[in-house]
Design a protein around this ligand. Structure first.
Ligand SMILES: [Zn+2]
Ligand SMILES: [Zn+2]
Length: 269
């Protein structure tokens, strides 16, 4: 065909820039599949192994809201406290690459399934828990876990109950997350031949995953802990739920500070 641009060699960043390959980190892709996960299984959106002596968490943000059933009524304020919904439960045996705090072997995550103000970071209000499975089982499980009722959640924010089939893979940073100090030396090697407008693909893995690199859809926004340490990526939840127009929810932690403080980020298109 006339005007055909010469074929761009099928290269990704790893072959174009050897230093990029050096940024590889192991990630565990969780590969959720809709199903009926049990309370003793790792799951996305499944029932959580919850200790009997701990009340179920509620979100009491004053003005959380839902889009409501009537599309013309865009914001229906939901008054009062609303139960959080189960998001993720990971047992150490299923995710060997995840380093648990001493004595802990279960990670649980819940959030409020309503909308919160307009700041995208406040879209969900997550809570993260490190626990010990044997202690919970010995102490008994909470028998009445409240369910959110219709009108108390935005269905985009609630994952379908899914079993997990974790697999490990090498993960790389997104374009938006490339180290700035390397950029000056990288950029000349990335210049596109005339007639090409497609940048070589990065090798970031998009999906709900533990470890590796965040699958940002917006410029990277790594949090620091209160002592000023750059936090590490703990896990990303994306793709498997709608989250409105948003890309994902990213969790981070500082392993250098006592109690392993954590934080989270949220990005929207
Ligand atoms: Zn809320
Ligand atoms: Zn710290």
């Amino acid at each position: 065909m006339p005007g055909d641009a010469p074929e761009l060699p099928a290269k990704d960043l790893r072959t174009l820039i050897p230093e990029y390959a050096g940024l590889a980190r192991e990630t565990t892709l969780l590969n959720p599949e809709p199903g009926d996960p049990g309370v003793r299984e790792s799951s996305l959106g499944g029932k959580l192994l919850w200790p009997a002596d701990e009340p179920w968490p509620y979100c009491a943000q004053e003005d959380h809201w839902t889009f409501g059933s009537d599309p013309s009524n865009r914001t229906e304020i939901v008054p009062g406290a609303v139960p959080m919904v189960p998001i993720l439960q990971l047992f150490a045996r299923d995710v060997p690459g995840l380093e648990f705090p001493e004595g802990k072997d279960l990670l649980q995550l819940v959030w409020c399934a309503l909308m919160h103000e307009q700041d995208p970071r406040l879209l969900v209000m997550p809570q993260l828990y490190w626990r010990n499975e044997a202690e919970i089982v010995a102490g008994g499980l909470l028998s009445e876990i409240p369910e959110v009722s219709e009108g108390e959640y935005d269905e985009d924010n609630v994952p379908e109950p899914s079993t997990l089939s974790p697999t490990t893979a090498e993960d790389y940073p997104r374009w938006l997350d490339l180290p700035k100090d390397m950029w000056e030396t990288w950029e000349p090697r990335l210049r596109l031949p005339a007639g090409h407008s497609v940048w070589p693909p990065d090798s970031n893995l998009i999906g709900t995953k533990v470890g590796g690199w965040p699958a940002w859809t917006q410029p990277a926004d790594w949090p620091d802990c209160e002592s000023g340490h750059r936090m590490e990526h703990l896990l990303t939840i994306t793709g498997d739920i709608q989250l409105g127009d948003c890309g994902g929810v990213y969790f981070f932690q500082c392993r250098r500070c006592p109690g392993q403080p954590w934080d989270w980020r949220f990005d929207c298109h």
